[in-house]
Design a protein around this ligand. Structure first.
Ligand code: FES
Length: 157
């Protein structure tokens, strides 16, 4: 794992490359996302300072585009579909159960960095509603009672 200093040095290279261009913020944020895996507040502050702009400007852009995440993602990304087909089949209850079992809010990551819980739009597997994915794995026809067993598999993995 490269240390923080190396990551910031890499970010600085991206800033040196794009810093003079109009609209430099987008490529710099993209670079930061690639380098750090997310754009946390300290990185936003650094970018704001180096691009001579404000933190609120950087924050505004970073939160507007869903390609940027502001927090590190967990090892396992759990996405619960809240699209119509899944929602009518109770995906909200599945999501609530996950939040309870993992003890994280939707959008949050467990303190051990293992799981990130998020809600998502239609995953294109409506026939299996309600659906969630854990990284590449798809789970369908879920009930809240299935959740503890599924999570346990990943906790011991
Ligand atoms: S609505 Fe959930 S997969 Fe389509």
């Amino acid at each position: 794992m490269p240390n923080n200093e190396q990551l910031y040095a890499e970010l600085q290279r991206v800033i040196d490359e794009h810093g003079q261009e109009p609209g430099a913020l987008m490529p710099v944020l993209q670079g930061a996302q690639e380098i750090f895996g997310c754009v946390p507040i300290d990185v936003q502050k650094y970018i704001a300072e180096k691009l001579h702009t404000t933190l609120s400007e950087v924050y505004g852009v970073a939160t507007f585009y869903s390609q940027f995440s502001l927090q590190p993602k967990g090892e396992y990304l759990i996405s619960v579909c809240l699209g119509t087909a899944c929602y009518v089949k109770g995906s909200q209850k599945v999501l609530d159960k996950l939040s309870e079992v993992l003890n994280v809010p939707v959008g949050g990551t467990t303190p051990d960095g293992r799981f990130t819980l998020q809600a998502t739009r239609c995953l294109g597997a409506c026939g299996l509603a309600p659906v969630m994915t854990i990284n590449e794995e798809v789970y369908g026809r879920l009930t809240p009672d299935d959740i503890p067993g599924i999570i346990a598999k990943y906790q011991t993995a």
